[in-house]
Structures are given as structure tokens and as C-alpha cells.
Design a protein around this ligand. Structure first.
Ligand code: ADA
Length: 568
């Protein structure tokens, strides 16, 4: 399953997720041994490979012919794809989707091989030993699609309200991979509100983006409480060649997606959703699970969302990388707000000077926005969590990445979670200023004091003054089951008390639009990174890795459920 809904009725899609795959490590003591696996799969889920860093191949057969599009929603860290032993292409970064076209497949059964590599190296500027685990495998969904030589790549729909009138800017990308010009008709329909058709001609081997702004009638807005989704359908047709059907069109491809009529605007220090001031009550969430690694099945994603909603949360931050689109579909359907960010955590200036960094980080942004722009749940694009935003070189990178987001999508505010206290020089670029603060954990100051100190510095000394202020991380560690009346750090009691102080201080801070607690659940960290983390885990979850509640669960629930999503 790649999405929670069907994206094609006409294009034949063969889902390759599921059973029928084998995994073969290509290095180490088990090299060459073959294991039956279900994809999506992290090889760390196999006991023999729980700490394996190396390469491994995933293989299965599929039946198709002609021109196919191989779709991968995520391969970690790097995926190299072969069909019948011939290399088709390679993709770096576990957290963004990619696809390859294969032409002239002979009728019958073919072998798909995906070689995954989860090693760290100079070639990898984003996947580095870190305070989260990066796994190895085909970690998200896979499909093969049978296409013609002209096909629909993507549909983007950007809703905009002008007065009481909702409009939608529709952009549709059509690819012509034939050796002759494509002539045909593109039709677009937004269910119940608008449709249009256009004759198109695309030169051989080129893409075309058709753009049209349509007025929408009788719109039902997308809100956290009533997350109304609209289906948009594009059809690609050519003139029928048979004499008897001379005026008939033959539909050769289709593509469906979903979006919502909602608008995010900034007014002074407020973040507005459809004109109403938001209070963000969220969690930072890693894609991590003791059974599945980062390859959580849909039910596990649904369970995480269910728990967050039970806690009274209305938002989730995809720390620190683009998430599986299945999860974003659930957020769209359930009205959960999302801060989605490109893949980066804690990169120093030295890391950012890696010759591959800028290209890899900017490509991650481009792939993230191209794939996820329609999700109404995504209200903020984030970049570069706790990277070198206090340095001139870092600033040049932040500037380019913020500019790239703006070039691709002007409908959402931008931000970056900073930990550069009193030294950040990049607060002039984003629409929202965000900080990760850990009073009563890393910083031995009261929550109110530490939050105010950072807020005041931003207002008095930076270009971030007057902008919305978000706390993108706050929390404390607790080992599940560590219970003691002494209130010492790492006990569940201490975490509950710290979070109570922190959240009360956040919501009392003037100019602050809300919070993402660090973090939803305990997660594995990479063995190479932080040997002094208890259990080689990041233990700041409000639930542990098995989603068992800690004492702080009730503390957070009491505070979050007492507060509305909209500020009156
Ligand atoms: C940072 C970082 C998080 C996590 C957190 C912690 O704020 O952004 O990824 O490492 O610290 O637990 O210390």
C-alpha cells in the first residue's frame, strides 16, 4: 500500500509491497545467505542484522511488458535498482520517493533487484551517525505501473481564498517519453467544484506543466475538526485512430490525488488557519518501532496517531526528515497538522561543507515538496534541524534552501528548529522563528525563565522580531519503569514534573504559537553516535518504544486537552 486511496483507475498498477521478496546481505558473516522477507522491510528487524551496516539486496519477480514506471516510496539510505540484472538507476536518501522508467520490457516475468546501502561515508552528507537510527532496506512501498509513452507525472493543487471566493491553482505535469511529438487532450476534474480541458502538444522526450486557476463553487473547507478532502482527477486522451470512432478520444492515462481547501497565513505573531489563530499542541515523532525499524505498517502509524489524539495533540513534526506518504494521508484524513522538514539533524559547519551536502539537502527539499505539496495537513515546511545557523557559511546554505522552498511553494510558511541560543543569524529568512529548548533538562533554568530569555533575545536582537515564535522541541528523559519519589532525572516522576513546568510556561509565553514536545516515543539511536544514551535509545518519549505510557502521559494529556486548537 503506497497511499490510503487509489491514485489510478485506468493506469495498471501492480503493488510490489508485501511478500514474495528475498533479502540477501552482500557483506559480513551472513553474506550470500537468503532470507524471505515482507517489504517494506528494514533488515535490522531480522535478529542477525539488528546492527548491520553494509549492503544487501532485495529481490522479487514481477510480470509486465512494454513501458513500466518503477515507483519506490523509500529505500534506506541509498537504493540501486536493477531489472533482470541491468542497472536502471540509483537514489540517495531514505526519506523521499523516486521512480525509474523502463521501456521495451518483453512479455513475461522479470526480476526486480534493489540493492540497499546503509553505510556512512563521505558520500553521504545527510545520513550520518546520529541521535536517531537510520536503517537499511526497502523501507517504504514499491509498485510497478504500466504506462504509455505519454503519462501524467503529478498534479499539484494550491487553494487560495480571495474574499469569500475559493480558487485553486492547478498544475499538471505530463511526460512525453516517445520519440515523436505527443498530441492529445488533458482533462482535469476537481470533484463537485470545477473542471477544465486543454489540447496539449509536447515535443518528443520532454515534459510539460499545464497550469490553470479555477474558481471553486460551494467549497467545504479543510479544518482539524472537519478535514474535508477533495479528489482531483487528471485524464490524458488521444484521438482515436479507428475510422468508426473518428471523433472519439481514447484515454491513455489517469492520475488522482487529494487536497483540501485551507489556507495558512501569518498575521503579526499569529499563525492562522482559514483566518483563525492556531495554538499548536504537537509532538516530534521519529518513524521508529522495535518490531519494524522505520518501516512501520499502516496499523502502527494509525496507532501512533490515535495515541497522539488521545493525548489532545493537534500536530506532529516529522523530525527530522520527510515522512512516509501513508502517514501524511492519515494526517489529512484525521485533521492532524504537520510540520514537515527536509532530512538533517545537528549538522555542524564541517558537515555542511561536505561537497555533497547542498545538492543532497536541496534535492531532498525538491523531492519532498513535489511529492507532498497537496497534503492539506502540512502547514509548515521546515529545514535543517539544529544545523550551523550561527555561521556565515551555514547562513548561505539556509538562504538557498529557504529560497528553494519559496520557489516551489509560496502557500506555506517556512521555518527551522534552532538551538543556536543568542547566536542564530538566519532568523531573517523564515516566516516563523522556532527554537528547541530544554529547560530543566539540559539547561538548569526554570522553564519560564529560559523560554523568555530566548524569546526576548529574538525580539530585541534579530530579524526574527515580530514573527510567530514556535517551540519545536521541549521535554525530558525518563526510563520506562524508573519510578522514584526522589524526583531524580531519568525517573518518570521527574519527566512528568519537567513537562508540566515546560508546557505551562510555553502556553503562558506571550507571542508563542505553540509547541512540539520532544518526543512522542522512545526511539533507537545509531550505535555509532551517542554511547552514553541509556539503552542506546533516546528516552524522551511520553510513551516508550512499545508505546507503553509513562507517568508524563497523563500530565501532557491534562494540559493539551484543556486547550483549544484555535485561540479565541
Ligand atoms: C535535539 C535534536 C533532537 C534530539 C534532542 C535530544 O534538540 O533536535 O533530534 O537529539 O536534541 O533528545 O537531545
Amino acid at each position: 500500500m503506497l497511499r490510503t486511496f487509489q491514485t489510478h483507475d485506468i493506469r495498471e498498477v501492480i503493488e510490489l509491497s508485501g511478500s514474495g521478496w528475498t533479502f540477501t546481505p552482500l557483506m559480513g558473516e551472513h553474506a550470500g545467505e537468503t532470507y524471505p522477507v515482507v517489504v517494506p522491510c528494514c533488515w535490522e528487524s531480522l535478529p542477525e542484522f539488528s546492527a548491520y551496516r553494509g549492503t544487501g539486496k532485495f529481490e522479487r519477480e514481477f510480470t509486465a511488458e512494454g513501458t513500466v514506471r518503477l515507483v519506490f516510496k523509500g529505500v534506506s539510505h541509498t537504493g540501486t535498482v536493477y531489472v533482470d540484472g541491468e542497472q536502471i538507476g540509483t537514489h540517495y536518501n531514505a526519506f523521499t520517493p523516486f521512480d525509474f522508467i523502463v521501456k521495451n520490457l518483453t512479455p513475461g516475468t522479470h526480476t526486480l533487484t534493489v540493492e540497499a546501502d546503509n553505510r556512512f561515508s563521505e558520500a553521504s552528507a545527510l545520513h550520518i551517525p546520529n541521535d536517531y537510527m537510520t536503517y537499511g532496506g526497502v523501507t517504504r512501498g514499491v509498485a510497478v505501473e504500466l504506462i504509455e509513452d505519454a503519462y501524467l507525472e503529478w498534479i499539484h493543487v494550491i487553494p487560495k481564498k480571495e474574499g469569500d471566493q475559493w480558487n485553486a491553482k492547478v498544475r499538471i505535469s505530463v511526460a512525453n517519453i516517445a520519440e515523436q511529438e505527443f498530441r492529445g487532450t488533458l482533462t482535469c476534474n476537481i470533484e463537485t467544484v470545477a473542471s477544465f480541458a486543454e489540447e496539449i502538444r509536447i515535443p518528443a522526450g520532454e515534459n510539460a506543466v499545464i497550469e490553470r486557476t479555477v474558481r471553486a463553487q460551494q467549497v467545504c473547507e479543510w479544518t482539524p475538526m472537519e478535514p474535508k478532502l477533495y479528489q482531483v482527477t487528471a485524464l490524458l486522451a488521444i484521438q482515436s485512430e479507428s475510422v468508426s470512432q473518428e471523433d472519439d478520444q481514447v484515454i491513455i492515462d489517469d492520475l488522482k490525488d487529494r487536497f483540501g481547501f485551507r489556507e495558512i497565513t501569518i498575521v503579526g505573531k499569529d499563525i492562522l488557519l482559514n483566518g483563525k489563530k492556531l495554538r499548536i499542541k504537537g509532538f516530534c515523532r521519529h518513524e521508529d518501532h522495535p518490531m519494524y525499524g522505520c518501516a512501520l505498517p499502516l496499523a502502527a502509524m494509525q496507532q501512533d496517531l490515535q495515541i497522539m489524539k488521545d493525548l489532545g495533540a493537534n500536530a506532529v513534526r516529522t523530525s527530522h526528515y520527510p515522512n512516509d506518504e501513508l502517514f501524511l494521508d492519515l494526517c489529512d484524513e484525521q485533521g492532524v497538522l504537520v510540520w514537515e522538514e527536509n532530512h538533517a539533524r545537528g549538522l555542524t559547519e564541517e558537515h555542511m561543507r561536505n561537497p555533497h551536502f547542498e545538492e543532497q539537502a536541496e534535492r531532498c527539499i525538491a523531492e519532498m515538496i513535489t511529492a507532498h505539496i497537496n497534503h492539506p495537513s502540512i502547514i509548515i515546511w521546515g529545514i535543517l534541524n539544529e544545523c550551523a545557523s550561527e555561521t556565515e557559511y551555514g547562513k548561505s546554505c539556509y538562504e538557498k534552501q529557504y529560497a528553494l522552498i519559496k520557489q516551489m511553494d509560496t502557500s506555506r510558511p517556512r521555518s527551522s528548529a534552532s538551538c543556536k541560543f543568542f547566536t542564530d543569524i538566519c532568523l531573517g529568512y523564515p516566516e516563523i522563528v522556532s527554537y528547541n529548548l530544554y529547560p530543566e533538562w539540559y539547561v538548569d533554568k526554570s522553564s519560564a525563565e529560559w523560554i523568555k530569555e530566548n524569546y526576548d533575545w529574538v525580539q530585541e536582537h534579530t530579524e526574527g522580531a515580530g514573527k510567530p515564535f514556535l517551540i519545536t522541541e521541549i521535554g525530558a528523559g525518563a526510563i520506562y519503569g524508573d519510578r522514584t519519589p526522589t524526583m531524580c532525572k531519568w525517573s518518570e516522576e521527574y519527566q512528568a514534573l519537567a513537562l508540566e513546568h515546560q508546557l505551562k510556561a510555553v502556553f503562558a509565553q506571550e507571542g508563542c504559537s505553540g509547541v512540539f514536545i520532544w518526543q512522542f516515543c522512545d526511539v533507537r539511536i545509531s550505535n555509532e553516535w551517542f554511547s552514553n544514551r541509556p539503552r542506546t535509545m533516546n528516552n524522551k518519549g511520553v510513551v516508550d518504544e512499545y508505546r507503553r505510557r509513562k507517568l508524563s502521559y497523563e500530565t501532557v494529556k491534562n494540559i493539551f486537552t484543556s486547550l483549544d486548537t484555535y485561540v479565541q
